[in-house]
Ligand binder design. Structure first.
Ligand SMILES: *Cc1c(COP(=O)(O)O)cnc(C)c1O
Length: 348
């Protein structure tokens, strides 16, 4: 199916001339900067934060391009990947007219952003094994369907989506396939990012909030064709990534070995926790996970949630979602935290 980016972008975005920052108009090196109304004396805190940060985050993108199978112009940095989800709605979806497809049980932000942007949500639940229901997705698509959201590894089920399905989805849908890989660092399966070049309708997000341990700094990463990234750049707030976060992200990328070690540890703890949980009679199903959490179906999720809460242990109760009824989502903690959880469960 031929892909035409222009025909998907909203008219008001197509005709938008973006805000031109002082940094856009002059980006070379000068000895005196009197162009951006900054405080030339310095900052009220330790460190130099008096100058506006690079709106294009070029140093950070170069670091990323060095370790990812894409080039710098295929990358956009978001203030958390949540910002990129919202941008996708604002770029492609005409409020009150267009629709998107979401496959529950999945990450809640797709639906919340849809509602904020007044975009209709078509729900096509995942199959019993939490895979994409391809036939139902295709039959739900109409000519106002702009985006299909796929989360892999999926939150809250933890599994990765079948790669052949993803390829088929991209090849047979003329809108955007928005692939959320927030947990890909924990998966044994490869990222779909290597397919980006051949799939012009693919937009992939990853994040530094999970494996990289930088949730508080708000660093999300989007990958797409250079043409699509250009549209996102036009719409994003110019200084969406603050100076400190940019610096910390660059520094973090020099410490990949620490992260790799943590990931291995978390995967080991995950398997250990899974085998320990099997002993409990109130545990009905533990879904296979490629993430840093597990989804566990129990006899009475609300009751178990309340019990753990009273023991000072907070897990995520996903019971209210039809496709994950009686399920709790448990993040893999440190070995000590996991043991505390198991000890509490023994006394339940
Ligand atoms: C945590 C999470 C995100 C959001 O990550 P941020 O980069 O912190 O905004 C996106 N998608 C999924 C599935 C998540 O679980």
């Amino acid at each position: 199916m031929s892909f035409d980016l222009d025909s998907l972008v909203r008219e008001n975005i197509k005709s938008l001339s973006p805000y031109s920052t002082a940094r856009d108009e002059f980006s070379g090196f000068a000895s005196v900067y009197l162009d951006a109304n900054e405080n030339a004396y310095g900052s009220a805190v330790k460190g130099s934060y008096n100058r506006y940060p690079d709106p294009k985050q070029i140093l950070l993108k170069n670091e990323l391009a060095a370790i990812k199978p894409v080039s710098q112009e295929n990358i956009i940095i978001g203030n958390g990947s949540d910002e990129l989800i919202d941008l996708a709605f604002r770029i492609f979806c005409e409020p009150g007219k267009d629709n998107v497809i979401v496959c529950p049980p999945t990450y809640g932000m797709y639906a919340v952003c849809a509602k904020i942007n007044q975009v209709e949500i078509k729900e096509v639940p995942l199959t019993v094994r939490y895979q994409l229901d391809m036939e139902n997705i295709f039959s739900s698509v109409n000519d106002r369907t702009k985006i299909i959201f796929v989360c892999s590894p999926n939150n809250p089920s933890g599994n990765v989506m079948n790669a052949a399905d993803l390829t088929r989805l991209c090849n047979n849908f003329k809108g955007i396939v928005f692939l959320d890989e927030a947990y890909i660092d924990f998966a044994d399966d490869e990222s779909f990012l290597q397919n980006l070049i051949s799939l012009p309708n693919l937009f992939i997000i990853q994040t530094m909030s999970k494996a990289w341990g930088m949730a508080a700094l708000r660093l999300g990463i989007g990958y797409a064709s250079a043409q699509m990234i250009e549209v996102f750049n036009k719409v994003k707030p110019p200084y969406n990534i603050n100076q400190y976060s940019q610096e910390m992200a660059i520094e973090a990328l020099q410490h990949t070995n620490v992260i790799t070690e943590w990931i291995e540890k978390i995967k080991e703890s995950r398997e250990k926790l899974v085998s320990e949980l099997k002993q409990f009679l109130f545990v009905e199903t533990i879904y296979p996970s490629s993430a840093n959490f597990i989804l566990v179906k129990v006899k009475n999720a609300d009751e178990l949630y309340a019990y753990l809460l009273q023991k000072g242990i907070i897990v995520r109760n996903r019971s209210s979602i039809k496709e994950s009824s009686q399920c709790l989502r448990i993040t893999i903690g440190t070995e000590k935290e996991n043991k505390t959880l198991l000890d509490a469960l023994k006394n339940y």
